[in-house]
Write a protein that binds this ligand. Structure first.
Ligand code: NAD
Ligand code: DAU
Length: 347
């Protein structure tokens, strides 16, 4: 079979001095390491408010000449006025990111995800800075389990939770700032990430750290909800590809064909950790729980030539389990309070 070589139809951009918002969180800090390791000529300013989800330890080993940390809030327009000039790109990861928290208390989600994105867009407009917005597949709502379709860039927005509706709102702001003001923007909507440094409130780290602590894992509803898992390092390489070669004004979906239901993932975790298959509790479902997410990343792959490298989920999961076993000092401080919150919710 002859495979045609696809020529990139893109606006190449070589950043030298970038701001990464939320660079002390799970995915943002992975991107900071990715750029540090692969692009030695790029200076990175991490802007992070260090909320419960942010941890300076994530980037401490690389802080120095090439990676600078600024402790601040993306809603602080005065701080942005001081910080943004002189930078050539903003890569915007900062967000309130957990669905269950958004159901319990939506207000910080509106503040950070909507107002924070607005403030950053205004600063980017004022100082003519390239803007890449990190978003989620959840803006598209959910798919039925038997639907042959996956999400594409053309799927209509249909968010379900306070979290996903604020992310959808932020995407709309980015689109409007491109069309109305000509701001140089791109958006990426990625599926569920896994890997080291993920907060223990999230599904995979919660179950791994429960097992380490002798607590039974907790599965919502009937356990058949499907998520499309991607290793966070593949997310980082995709974002760099879009930032540097993506077409301005465009959206790219990021995914690695990793569809699995929650019960299967939990069985994988239990097996990898040497536990019986039924050593978990069924708990109350999440209100409005999305059934299935699935990403079609054809546009990113054919137009920009990106490919995922962590395509063996079980191997990535084993490495992730080992990381939590090896790094209790990183997650233990957050564990008890997180479990107390879940217990109060019946989960
Ligand atoms: P996270 O909760 O681990 O980290 C969020 C980071 O943002 C933290 O460091 C926090 O301190 C910082 N932050 C929060 N509010 C802030 C504010 N007002 N000002 C400055 N910093 C602030 O989140 P994550 O899972 O790493 O997600 C990062 C981004 O990726 C989010 O935009 C999220 O919507 C998106 N995303 C996540 C996933 C996933 O599977 N986790 C998938 C697709 C997209
Ligand atoms: O799809 C991308 C999204 O993935 C991101 O935008 C979000 O920031 C990120 O948090 C994630 O959202 P989910 O809600 O899919 O992830 P979470 O880890 O919270 O849950 C994954 C699935 O596992 C979901 O169907 C709910 C279920 N679950 C979760 C927890 C915490 C359980 O069954 N038990 C649990 O204890």
């Amino acid at each position: 079979m002859v495979v045609a070589k696809l020529m990139p139809m893109t606006d190449a951009f070589i950043p030298k001095n970038i701001i990464v918002t939320g660079g002390c969180g799970f995915i943002g800090s992975n991107f900071v390491h990715y750029v540090y390791n692969n692009h030695p000529d790029v200076h990175i300013t991490v802007l992070d408010a260090l909320t419960y989800a942010g941890n300076l330890e994530n980037i401490k080993p690389i802080l120095g000449d090439r990676v600078e940390f600024v402790h601040g809030n993306i809603c602080d327009a005065q701080l942005l006025d001081e910080l943004v000039p002189g930078h050539d790109a903003i890569v915007h990861y900062a967000a309130e990111s957990h669905n269950d928290n958004s159901i319990a208390n939506p207000e910080p989600f509106v503040k950070t995800n909507v107002e924070g994105t607005f403030r950053l867009l205004e600063a980017a407009r004022k100082y003519d800075v390239r803007f890449h917005h990190i978003s989620t597949d959840e803006v598209y709502g959910d798919l039925a389990l038997d639907d042959p379709a996956k999400f594409t860039e053309e799927t209509p927005y249909h968010p379900s939770s306070p979290y996903s509706s604020t992310k959808a709102s932020s995407d709309m702001l980015v689109r409007a700032w491109h069309r109305t003001y000509g701001l140089r923007t791109t958006i990426s909507n990625c599926s569920n990430n896994y890997g080291p440094y993920q907060h223990v409130e999230k599904f995979i780290p919660r179950q791994i750290t429960n097992i380490i602590e002798g607590i039974r894992p907790k599965l919502y509803g009937d356990g058949l909800n499907v998520r499309d898992w991607i290793h966070t390092e593949d997310h980082s390489s995709a974002v760099w590809t879009i930032l540097t070669t993506g077409r301005l004004g465009e959206t790219y979906l990021i995914g690695a064909n990793g569809e699995r239901n929650n019960l299967t993932v939990l069985h994988d975790i239990l097996r990898v950790m040497g536990q019986p298959e039924d050593a978990f509790d069924w708990v109350k479902d999440r209100p409005g729980h999305d059934r299935r997410y699935a990403i079609d990343s054809t546009k990113l792959q054919t137009e920009l030539g990106w490919r995922p490298t962590h395509t063996d989920f079980e191997s990535g999961l084993r490495q992730t389990v080992q990381w939590y076993i090896d790094n209790p000092q990183w997650w233990e401080p957050a564990k008890a309070a997180t479990e107390a919150k879940y217990k109060a919710q019946g989960q």
